[in-house]
Design a protein around this ligand. Structure first.
Ligand code: IPM
Ligand code: MN
Length: 351
């Protein structure tokens, strides 16, 4: 019996989460696993009503779950940073979800803005470090609001943090068994401290424990160029938190947009959290026009992470079928059906 925490969140988060849960129910029936869900009303509305962001007691409850499914966090009436740092980033840090796993896979029938590229060209995995780097919150502002003000934002890279991320990436490359190539994405020509550590750890670990995996390196700017020009070169990319954030939005676009891109915040030894990587899209709230496929894919990643292989394969097949034959477009309002009809189609195919 799995215990799944559900955070529908803000904006269109609840709408897409409902579809993911519909598919989860269908998958449990088809594959024969059981689960119970616990809903948590975290997000902008709760914050505006009560001032509460993420009570410590909720974090403690989360520690006892098997996984968390998240809709979206971000509210137009709340100053940027409060909910992002207070909920999403705090959960990543507190639950030590040190991997942000983001597949970039173009499914058949889905349109990519890349000319002459198809599903055979766009299929790679980004392993983003998820608890350190520029996101660690190190630094500060001195003499704020004066002409002499100073802002410092430091990138924290620990040998332990970098090594566990690299190890996960090497293992993921091996498990994929495709090109057996792991690309380190960095900036060794400028960030000569942080990426010196990354590069040494990458080569030492690769040499001693993963001689079967080919090691490649690309600067982050060049990575962006290759992702557009020759995405087929990539198998698995490993990178730091900030670069990973940036390149995975580019990745989301080449795989068909925010309506489809999903990711997992993974703690391999603890509780992981799965989410569509797009935002809360407040202007579309309640209209039933958002594509729920990203949330459903997040649910599929959760099933795979829980070890429910049969269920995860069923869900992915259903997603592919619906994307290739039933949806007119990935974009909000242009799918040719509503959010819940799209969810129904996937759920029906799963059973
Ligand atoms: C993401 C998001 C978050 C991040 C924001 C909302 C804090 O952009 O999950 O990629 O920067 O990690
Ligand atoms: Mn992002």
């Amino acid at each position: 019996m799995y215990r799944i925490g559900v955070i529908p969140g803000d904006g269109t988060g609840p709408e897409v989460t409902a579809e993911a849960l519909k598919v989860l129910a269908a998958a449990s029936e088809a594959s024969g696993f059981s689960y119970e869900t616990e809903h948590y009303d975290l997000g902008g509305d709760r914050y505006l009503a009560s001032g509460e962001i993420l009570p410590d007691s909720v974090i403690e409850e989360f520690r006892g779950l098997d996984a968390i499914l998240l809709g979206a966090i971000g509210h137009p009436d709340v100053k940027p940073g409060i909910l992002e740092k207070g909920i999403l980033l705090r959960l990543r840090f507190e639950l030590d979800q040190y991997i942000n796993l983001r597949p970039v896979k173009l499914y058949p029938g889905v349109e990519t803005p890349l000319k002459d590229k198809g599903p055979e060209d766009i299929d790679f995995l980004v392993v983003r470090e998820n608890t350190e780097g520029l996101y660690a919150g190190a630094g500060g502002i001195l003499k704020k609001g004066t002409p002499d003000e100073v802002a410092v934002q430091e990138s924290i890279n620990t040998r332990k943090g970098v090594e566990r991320c690299l190890r996960y990436a090497f293992e993921a490359t091996r498990e994929r068994g495709k090109k057996n190539t792991l690309t380190l994405c960095g900036k060794t020509n400028v960030l000569t401290y942080a990426f010196d550590l990354w590069e040494r750890a990458f080569n030492e670990l690769g040499e001693s424990e993963y001689p079967d995996i080919k090691r490649d390196y690309a600067h982050v700017d060049a990575t962006c160029m290759w992702m557009v020009k020759n995405p087929d070169w990539f198998d698995v990319i490993v990178t730091d938190n900030m670069f990973g954030d940036i390149i995975t939005d580019l990745g989301a676009m080449i795989q068909g947009g925010m309506g489809i891109a999903a990711g997992g915040n993974i703690n391999p030894e603890g509780v992981s959290m799965f989410e569509p990587i797009g935002g809360s899209a407040p202007k579309y709230t309640g209209q039933g026009v958002i594509n729920p496929m990203a949330a459903i894919s997040a649910c599929q990643m959760m099933l795979s992470h829980l070890g429910e292989k049969d269920a995860s394969v069923r869900v992915e097949k259903a997603i592919i079928e619906v994307l290739s034959k039933r949806l007119k477009s990935m974009s909000a309002g242009a799918m040719g059906c509503s959010t819940s009809e799209a969810g129904d189609m996937v759920a029906k195919l799963v059973t």
